[in-house]
Design a protein around this ligand. Sequence first.
Ligand code: GLP
Length: 248
Amino acid sequence: MSVELLALPDAQAVATAVAERVCQAQLAELRKPLGLATGRTMEPVYAALRLQLGLLKPQEQQAIRDGWLSFNLDEYVGLAADDPRSFAAFMADQLQRPLGLRADQVRLPDGLAADPQAEAHRYATALAAAGGLGLQLLGLGGNGHVGFNEPPCAAQAPCRCLELSPATRAQNAGAFGGDAGAVPARAITLGLVEILAAERILLVVTGAAKAGILRRVLEEPPHDNLPASWLKGHPAVTVIADAAALAG
Ligand code: GLP
């Protein structure tokens, strides 16, 4: 079991490298939907992507706009798409509006669905109908989650609604005025099933705060208590990390 590891000096170099891969993927004629993530790690990635896409020839930019279809990993239960703390709002700010995409080209689970479990099923069905994921971008949670697949999590876990851990709510409190109690208690996330079915996976990890968990992911055999470790069973996964994240 081996993982390709691309070690780069800093978060900017990581962002540039990830954006280059996304650009290449989006220029491929026959491509599956793009899998996207939210979080602080992705902000410089999406800034680099906006920049690089803006440098392409006008007809290439148009082709990417016309053919864009992405599915995000997750969304909080209870937040409307226009709530600034929702992942839908993050994606609208970071990519959908700046790139001139229609809202239905940048898909996320509906956080306001009356039945979140049924919404998870609907979302997974829509993804499957679109052909499943091509390139999947992933960040790494401080507790080893990917998407919102909280530990413990089996490799067979499907798209679902689940309870967020206190650690994750604390990690994501920044967008909620620093109050972990204000972070929604539940989320809808693609499962490891849908993630591991992607053609290619990029796990993007930056910053010293992720060094300990990244080392565990790289060193430990796959197990339920470290959901990201299941990625090592995928045939085409690349970990792109900066020096700070690799210093653990
Ligand atoms: C969040 C998201 C993940 C994200 C991860 C890391 O909870 N659900 O998709 O990749 O945790 O977040 P950050 O990049 O802010 O450290």
